[in-house]
Design a binder for this molecule. Structure first.
Ligand SMILES: Nc1ncnc2c1ncn2[C@@H]1O[C@H](COP(=O)(O)OP(=O)(O)OP(=O)(O)O)[C@@H](O)[C@H]1O
Ligand code: SF4
Ligand SMILES: [Mg+2]
Length: 323
C-alpha cells in the first residue's frame, strides 16, 4: 500500500524574470513503511517536492496542478485549517539547514515544548517529559539538561539530533529528511544516517531521504525517485537503479565519492538548465552522452518497464541491450 501518491504535480515560481517550472508534471508514489530516496542535483526540485506535499511552498511559488494523495485523501483541495492537522502530526520535515531552522532566542525545551503544548494539549510538566523522551529517541546526550540550553550551545551534529526530535514530536507517519547530513563531517554524517535508519525501523515510519548522494541512497533506501530539472527521470527499486540506470542516474552514480579512492569527485559535465526556458525534448539532452536527434525534439514519457521500474528516456531500451 502507498502512503503517498503524487500525480502530475506542477509547482511554479512566478518570478519577475519569468515562470520557474520547479516541478513540471511529476508523479511518483511511496510505499508505506519504506525508505525512499529522492535524489537529483541542486535545483532539481527535491525541497520543493517536500514543500508541496506539506503545502508550505514559499511565495512566489504556487502549486498549479496535480494531486497529492496522503493515505487516499487529496491534500490539495484542503483548507489551510485542515492542512494543520497533517503538518507535523502525519507528515513531518527535517529542514535542510538545522542552524537556521532553530530559533536562537529560545531554549530547546521552550521551542520544542511549545509545539507539544499547542498540538497535544498536554500540561507543561507532561510536555516537558514528552520533549525529554523524544530527545532521547534522537539520542541527544543528557536531554534533562539540554532542554535548558540554547541552540548555539550545541555542535552541528547535536543540533541535527534536536531537529530530528522536533520533527518526531507529534509522531508523524511520513518523514521527509531534507539533506540531513549536509555540512556535517563524515563521522557525524554516519551517526545521523544510523539514527534515521533505527528510527525508521523502530517507529515503523515511512522515510523520504532527500539527497544528492547516491552512496547514502545505496546504504539506506529500498526505492528511489530521480529528479532532474523538475521532471522525474527514473523511479525504481534500488537494485534496478544500479543495474540498469537511466543515463542521468548513471551520471549521478559516477559521481559517488568513494572513501577508498583518492580520485576527485566526478561532476556531471554541463550546467543545470534554466527552468524558465528549459531545453526542448528531454531536458537532460544538452548534457547526455547518449543524446540523439529525437532527444531534442520529443519529450520522453515515463515508461513502465516492469518490477516497479519506470524510466523516462528514448534510448533506455536500446542502451540496456548493449550486452
Ligand atoms: N523561493 C523561490 N523563488 C524562486 N525560485 C525558487 C524558489 N525556491 C525554489 N526555486 C526554484 O525551484 C527549483 C527547485 O528548487 P529546490 O530547492 O527544490 O531544489 P533542490 O533539488 O532542493 O536543490 P538543493 O540540492 O540545492 O537543495 C530551483 O530551480 C529553484 O531555483
Ligand atoms: S532521452 Fe536522450 S537525452 Fe534524455 S536521457 Fe535518454 S538518451 Fe539522454
Ligand atoms: Mg533542497
Amino acid at each position: 500500500m502507498n502512503i503517498l501518491e503524487v500525480e502530475k504535480l506542477k509547482t511554479y515560481f512566478f518570478t519577475e524574470a519569468g515562470v520557474v517550472k520547479a516541478l513540471d508534471d511529476i508523479s511518483f508514489s511511496i510505499p508505506k513503511g519504506s525508505t525512499l530516496g529522492l535524489v537529483g542535483e541542486s535545483g532539481s526540485g527535491k525541497t520543493v517536492t517536500a514543500q508541496s506535499v506539506l503545502r508550505i511552498v514559499p511565495k512566489p511559488g504556487k502549486i498549479v496542478g496535480g494531486s497529492i494523495f496522503f493515505e487516499g485523501e487529496d491534500l490539495l483541495p484542503k483548507k489551510e485549517g485542515e492542512m494543520r492537522k497533517f503538518r507535523g502530526k502525519k507528515i513531518s520535515l527535517i529542514f535542510q539547514d538545522p542552524t537556521s531552522s532553530l530559533n536562537p532566542l529560545f531554549t530547546i525545551g521552550e521551542q520544542l515544548g511549545d509545539i507539544v503544548v499547542q498540538h497535544m494539549k498536554l500540561k507543561k510538566s507532561e510536555a516537558k517529559e514528552w520533549v525529554i523522551k523524544t530527545l532521547k529517541l534522537a539520542k541527544l546526550p543528557d536531554p534533562e539538561n539540554a532542554i535548558h540550553s540554547y541552540p548555539h550551545q550545541f555542535s552541528g551534529g547535536m543540533k541535527q539530533r534536536i531537529c530530528i526530535a522536533r520533527a518526531l514530536l507529534l509522531s508523524p507517519k511520513l518523514l521527509f529528511a531534507d539533506e540531513p547530513t549536509t555540512n556535517l563531517d563524515v563521522t557525524i554524517q554516519a551517526q545521523i544516517i544510523a539514527l534515521l535508519k533505527d528510527l525508521q525501523r523502530d517507529l515503523g515510519m515511512t522515510l523520504v531521504m532527500i539527497t544528492h548522494d547516491m552512496g547514502i541512497v545505496a546504504d539506506m533506501c529500498k526505492w528511489v525517485v530521480v529528479l532532474y530539472a523538475g521532471n522525474v527521470m527514473e523511479i525504481g527499486p534500488i537494485d534496478k537503479i544500479f543495474e540498469e540506470p537511466h543515463p542521468y542516474t548513471e551520471a549521478l552514480l559516477k559521481a559517488i565519492p568513494r572513501l577508498d579512492q583518492t580520485k576527485e569527485l566526478v561532476f556531471i559535465p554541463g550546467n543545470i538548465p534554466n527552468l524558465i526556458d528549459p531545453p526542448s525534448g528531454c531536458k537532460f539532452h544538452p548534457r547526455c552522452q547518449y543524446a540523439k536527434e529525437i532527444c531534442k525534439e520529443k519529450i520522453p514519457s515515463l515508461e513502465d518497464i516492469g518490477d516497479g521500474h519506470f524510466v523516462s528516456c528514448h534510448r533506455w531500451k536500446e542502451l540496456n541491450n548493449r550486452g
